[in-house]
Design a protein around this ligand. Structure first.
Ligand code: SF4
Length: 436
């Protein structure tokens, strides 16, 4: 198998089965993400998600964090690894953000790595998650999994990053980082990879190599064999005979054997279920189709004004549904539509955003980002349900119900002319204009 075929096989598998892999760290804006990623070095995401809610509640901005002392921050993060250093890094990072970057998280790797506590891996995570850059953050999982699969032959994380970037198509680099992490976290475990339930065996160099060795007389996986060195340093296999008495001692009754087999089967079924949940999840998608009459709606916007479908007779509408005000993806999407708003207007389009946030939250969001269009407060989720955009989805590795990001283009006659389910948040305005 060529390297190209191996990359194609692995990427195609993930593209089909894990289309929306994301970080498992909880955050709701770029500042929270960089804090969470700094904390996550040498620590589990689960642990970080336990400490960040209180930290974000009390120190929600660079200003508040910069004004804190590292001793105070230490108390919030004492249960994570290296809390002393990380507390200092966080306070210094917030200070540098204010002093050198106007309180904004920089988007360039070269600038990100200047921040205290931000190494190349953290910088790559931030650049790819927040700014959609084709940056590959190599952590222990990415390093191990890509070496085992045979995507890389690397001795250092930097080599791994360079090799992965070279072969993974640019548009998949950011997601590939999460694919490899999740695969390493749940299937290709460091000590005992779950090859028996792994869907990537076909392309995995480690699996193929070990499978060949398994049947060979010098298999390293055979516990009854150990390697020794001959005088001229060439490896030699020494066969250690199994002791009969040990075999007798380990004999188990047929009932016990059956129980063990049952337990193994249950464990395997659980492992497969976990993998199915993690890797074969398919998100809900609206049942409304192009050509359907757009369902009527009416709701108040951020100014308290009632907005109805009937108000837009003779106009085209971009009706976009988004999960939550002020979150990174929704901010990028709204800003992208804001930037193309004049152009859309000239083409006789109105833009309306819908989420379950209330009028007050919409106002804060719209004011902060100078959004020139209405955001409808669908707090009872009537519009969301009539457009069938509420359903099961996956985000940050978790599966739960929520608003599925979807945009409907409604023509002058009130008919749906486009349904966009693969919303590209950063360039959504352009994505819509390309359809015209
Ligand atoms: S086959 Fe085994 S070693 Fe290869 S990626 Fe899967 S779990 Fe990892």
């Amino acid at each position: 198998m060529t390297l190209k075929e191996r990359y194609e096989g692995v990427i195609n598998y993930f593209k089909t089965n894990v289309p929306t892999a994301e970080t498992e760290l909880n955050y709701s804006n770029p500042f929270e993400l960089i804090v969470a990623v700094i904390l996550s070095a040498q620590c589990t995401d689960k642990r970080i998600n336990q400490v960040t809610p209180k930290l974000f509640r009390d120190y929600p901005t660079p200003e508040s964090l910069a004004a804190a002392s590292s001793d105070t921050i230490f108390k919030y993060i004492r249960s994570v690894s290296y809390p002393n250093n990380k507390a200092k890094h966080l306070v210094n990072m917030a200070n540098m953000l204010l002093k050198d970057f106007n309180g904004e998280i920089p988007s360039e790797i070269d600038e990100l790595v200047k921040l205290p506590g931000v190494g190349r891996k953290t910088a790559n995570v931030v650049a790819s998650v927040i700014y959609d850059k084709p940056a590959m953050a190599v952590d222990t999982h990415v390093f191990r999994v890509s070496n085992r699969l045979g995507l890389t032959k690397a001795k250092t994380p930097l080599q791994s990053e360079q090799q992965l970037i070279k072969y993974i198509p640019e548009q998949h680099v950011a997601t590939a980082h999460h694919w490899l992490i999740l695969h390493g976290r749940y299937t290709c475990l460091a000590r005992s990879p779950k090859c028996d339930v792994c869907p990537l065996t076909e392309w995995c160099r480690f699996f193929k190599t070990n499978k060949i060795n398994k049947n060979a007389p010098h298999s390293l996986s055979n516990k009854n064999q150990i390697m020794a060195k001959t005088e001229n340093s060439k490896p030699k296999v020494v066969i250690k005979k199994a002791s009969a008495s040990k075999e007798t001692k380990n004999k188990i009754s047929p009932v016990a054997k059956k129980n063990v087999e049952k337990k193994v089967a249950t464990k395997k079924a659980e492992a497969i279920n976990t993998i199915n949940e993690k890797t074969k999840f398919i998100a809900h998608s609206t049942t409304l189709k192009v050509g359907n009459k757009a369902p009527a709606f009416s709701a108040k916007d951020q100014h308290g004004k009632t907005i109805s479908l009937a108000d837009f007779k003779g106009k085209n509408i971009v009706l976009y549904f988004y999960p939550k005000d002020s979150t990174p993806g929704c901010t990028m999407e709204a800003c992208s539509l804001r930037d193309e708003y004049n152009y859309l207007n000239k083409k006789n389009f109105a833009v309306l955003g819908v989420s379950a946030d209330d009028e007050k939250m919409h106002k804060k969001f719209a004011d902060k980002y100078e959004l020139p269009f209405s955001l409808l407060a669908d707090t009872e989720m009537k519009i969301i349900k009539s457009y069938d955009v509420w359903g099961t989805k996956q985000f940050m590795g978790k599966i739960y119900d929520g608003i599925i990001r979807t945009t409907f283009i409604i023509n002058e006659k009130g008919i749906i002319s486009h349904v966009i389910t693969d919303v590209k948040t950063k360039e959504h305005g352009k994505q819509i204009l390309d359809l015209m």
